[in-house]
Design a protein. Structure first.
Length: 462
């Protein structure tokens, strides 16, 4: 058992090494210090886009005797722009986008309707300039003005700054006419995207977030690139069973929103789209009242994505970006940097990636060690340790040394017993001298013995 005194402690040490390796490999980055709202904001921003839907109408003025009107038209470059801006969300890595129908309505209108809307806009400008009523300006401009062309435009501005042409793949109707949903397509690959949820599962007072590009957030005091940064406002679902006059279902929410937010995604706590913001409640005394906004349920949106053949899918861009964020928030800056650089290689114009690469590089000196990156080394070391444990146990208990016969100690030499004295077969002498030993001799011997004993007793008494 002397071997066990050495091998058993060594086995315990090896077992401790194996347990430690499993503990280290099991440590995962923790982002518990980051709020759910902040996580959702970072996850969704790269996939929330700004959409411009408009038509450009070109004019010709036919009264050379009116240089003032000619001058105003010249300043306008003989053009009017009809349409507006809204928000939307990328739902597939190959560039499908969901938004409101009314955001891209001008690109779907008939040329005549577009021209009439543009003409009303032009007349309003002239009436204001010349300080005349609308009807007077209308009759005058109608006499001398005609449109010469209409260009319908849909532009999608990605958070990274790219501006791409959008194509309508499926279209519902403006909010006062039907289901306010449109699906667009841009050219791209490895684009960030958001997952479509299930609006049948929503409940009153569920937490939600509205993301988009509210026009109220635009300001001359902000830098130009600020227009590329989406806003996110928190709120709750206020009602789930309301409908428009046309019977289309809508969800009421209390998150703050305004024009420009139209078509922006309403996100649940899982980061899934459960609706698209569509319209606001009525104004009171001409002022917007926040907390009464409505969205198209995502299950209605899915009707149009199916029509368009759009598949809700994510890419490695999303996977790597989220993995990088978890590592970054957990303090593993070196590992996060690897993920963020991989994202940049896949999709160079990702809106957030440069910021996180820079921050990761700056904090690299404080980076924690991600032991799970060393799994292969740990597995090899654990395998070697396990093998050593087996060998040590076998050495200790299975291969005991055979007991060699111990040479017997020399037996003590016992002196040989002296040969017994040959006692004559007959020890009684022939006391009566008759030439034979018989009973008489025995009687005589007994008598002699008695005499001797009596004499001895007498001596002892005296």
């Amino acid at each position: 058992m002397k071997r066990a005194l050495f091998t058993i402690p060594l086995c315990l040490i090896l077992i401790g090494v194996m347990v430690t390796s499993f503990v280290l490999m099991g440590i995962k980055p923790s982002s518990s210090n980051i709020s759910q709202a902040q996580k959702l904001a970072e996850y969704t921003k790269p996939a929330v886009v700004r959409i411009l839907g408009y038509s450009v109408v070109s004019w010709q003025f036919n009264n050379p005797n009116d240089p003032e009107v000619e001058a105003i038209l010249s300043q306008l470059n003989y053009q009017s722009v009809v349409g507006g801006s809204g928000s939307g969300a990328i739902i597939s890595s190959d560039g499908y986008i969901v938004t409101n129908a009314h955001v891209v309505e001008s690109a779907q209108m008939d040329d005549e309707d577009i021209a009439n809307a543009a003409f009303d806009q032009l007349v309003t400008i002239m009436a204001d300039y010349f300080q005349v009523d609308f009807e007077t300006a209308y009759e005058y401009m109608l006499t001398y003005t005609q449109y010469t062309g209409i260009q319908k435009v849909i532009k999608v501005i990605l958070p990274g700054g790219d501006t791409l042409d959008g194509e309508v793949k499926s279209y519902g109707a403006p909010v006062n006419e039907g289901k306010d949903v449109a699906v667009l397509k841009i050219e791209g690959k490895n684009l960030p995207s958001l997952k479509l949820g299930n609006s049948d599962n929503i409940q009153n007072q569920d937490n939600i977030w509205v993301s988009g590009y509210p026009a109220a957030a635009d300001s001359d005091l902000l830098s130009p690139d600020s227009s590329l940064v989406s806003s996110m406002n928190a709120g709750q679902i206020s009602a789930t069973d309301k409908k428009t006059e046309q019977g289309s279902p809508v969800i009421q929410i209390n998150a703050a929103a305004t024009h420009g937010n139209s078509g922006g995604p309403v996100i649940n706590e899982k980061g899934e789209i459960i609706g698209l913001l569509t319209f606001r409640g009525d104004t009171v005394n001409g002022q917007e009242v926040q907390g009464f906004n409505f969205s198209v349920p995502v299950n209605t949106v899915k009707e149009f994505t199916n029509q368009a053949g759009a598949k809700n899918s994510s890419s490695n861009t999303d996977k790597l970006y989220k993995e990088g964020l978890e590592l970054y928030w957990g303090g593993y800056y070196d590992n996060a940097l690897e993920k963020f650089e991989a994202v940049q290689r896949l999709y160079p114009n990702h809106s957030e990636i440069k910021k996180f690469i820079t921050n990761s590089e700056q904090r690299a000196g404080d980076s924690k060690t991600l032991w799970s990156d060393y799994k292969t080394i740990f597995y090899i070391a654990d395998g070697v340790a396990a093998l050593l444990i087996i060998l040590l146990l076998v050495f200790t208990f299975a291969f005991k040394p055979k007991n060699r016969p111990t040479p017997a100690a020399a037996a003590p030499q016992i002196p040989a017993a002296a040969p017994p004295t040959q006692v004559p077969e007959n020890t009684i002498p022939d006391l009566n001298n008759d030439g034979k030993i018989d009973v008489l001799d025995i009687i005589l011997a007994l008598q002699e013995q008695q005499k001797k004993q009596q004499k001895k007793d007498e001596e002892n008494d005296s």
